[in-house]
Design a protein around this ligand. Structure first.
Ligand code: FAQ
Length: 334
């Protein structure tokens, strides 16, 4: 059965085998939902289920691809060979995540070209968090620690999503995100054991990223438009606010080990709730960034479009090679 922390009007209705109003396909789908099973690519599914998953998976894929930019910016300037090798591997992993996720979306009947076109035309969303700059090396460490940390918190429950291809992609992605989070924390720990200037640099980066990271989990539950339906379909398992709370509680302890201050005067342990209270999130700022007016939205999109255009020759060469191979195979078979 579903575990859900949102109050869904009507809740999940039991499947009634005597109900002949629904098609056999719908009845099978409902039974899979009821049993908390998996829907696979070849299975019938309601259009709205398909649409919501294409929306979420493609936004997620775009986030991974655009998300390569803030850290990619530092590959040529990493402070040592070791940090450079780690960062290179991490950024490549994010590119790989984007590819698994585009493949998962393609199993639902949409082409990668369509998805990429929507991104490049500014019609598709990607995570707000990747529209902020990385002015120092400490920002790279903070992305690993906090952004990947938030991503793991949000993505672990997605490993149990009812859509099989997405759930399986998420298992591998989460394993890699775990390495990403650890490497960020490790880089920051080294800096916090260094000079005062290094410590200040880390604190300033934490100050820059803390609030945008809390926004990554999406609008508060009362304003989340998709959560109710996504819970019913077993796509979402834990609400935006509950995940945000889990993240805050886990991060406070890690910040103590690092020796940094989280920039929120209202952040304090609430003994009654057995959780931390935290200050108000500036949702207007969040929506401004989501709607294209963040510090780096234009730059991120322009960089992505240029990279795609510069890579046109690679795609053309791959297609020409594939056509040649197919013609050769056909000739041999004749
Ligand atoms: N940014 O009704 P809800 C990463 C939109 S990957 C922009 O609550 P839902 C790895 C939402 O799309 C990070 N838009 O929506 C990495 C919807 O708009 P729509 C990405 C946002 O889907 C690390 C509207 O607001 N992770 O970090 C955001 O139920 C380092 C209403 O919201 C995923 O995509 C936002 N932050 O819940 C890579 C995980 N939040 O579509 C490189 C999968 C909400 O109606 C470096 N996605 N919106 O136009 C999810 O879990 C969900 O889609 C949520 C949103 C939780 C993000």
């Amino acid at each position: 059965m579903y575990t859900q922390s949102l109050d869904i009007p009507g809740g999940l209705q039991p499947v009634d085998p005597a109900n002949t109003d629904v098609s056999p396909e719908q009845a099978r789908f409902d039974a899979v939902m009821q049993a908390d099973g998996k829907i696979e690519a070849q299975d019938w599914m309601p259009d709205a289920y398909r649409k919501t998953l294409i929306r979420q998976i493609s936004q997620h894929a775009h986030s991974e691809i655009i998300g390569m930019q803030p850290e990619g910016n530092w590959i040529s300037r990493a402070p040592s060979l070791k940090r450079k090798a780690i960062l290179l591997a991490k950024v490549q992993d994010e590119g790989g995540h984007g590819l698994y996720l585009y493949s998962a979306a393609e199993t639902m009947g949409v082409s990668r070209d369509q998805l990429v076109e929507a991104l490049h035309a500014g019609k598709a969303k990607y995570s707000s968090i990747f529209n902020y700059p990385t002015p120092t090396w400490a920002d790279v460490g903070v992305i690993g620690w906090l952004v990947d940390g938030a991503a793991i918190m949000n993505q672990i429950p997605l490993c149990r999503c009812t859509y099989g291809p997405y759930a399986r992609a998420m298992i591998r992605i989460c394993k890699e995100e775990s390495f990403h989070q650890r490497q960020g924390f490790d880089a920051l720990l080294s800096m916090m054991r260094g000079t005062q200037a290094q410590k200040d640099m880390v604190q300033q980066a934490v100050d820059r990223w803390w609030w945008p990271v809390l926004m990554m989990f999406g609008p508060s539950d009362k304003d989340s438009i998709h959560s109710g339906q996504s819970f019913q379909w077993g796509i979402k398992r834990i609400s935006n606010d509950d995940l945000r709370q889990k993240f805050v509680d886990a991060t406070v302890e890690q910040a103590k080990i690092l020796g940094v201050t989280l920039p929120d005067p209202d952040l304090k342990w609430n003994e009654e709730r057995k959780a931390h209270d935290y200050g108000a999130i500036d949702w207007e700022a969040f929506w401004r960034v989501v709607n294209g007016d963040g510090p780096c939205n234009k730059e991120r999109l322009a960089t992505r479009v240029k990279a795609h255009e510069d890579g046109a020759w690679v795609r053309e060469a791959a297609l020409a090679h594939a056509a040649k191979q197919a013609a050769r195979a056909k000739k041999q078979a004749a």
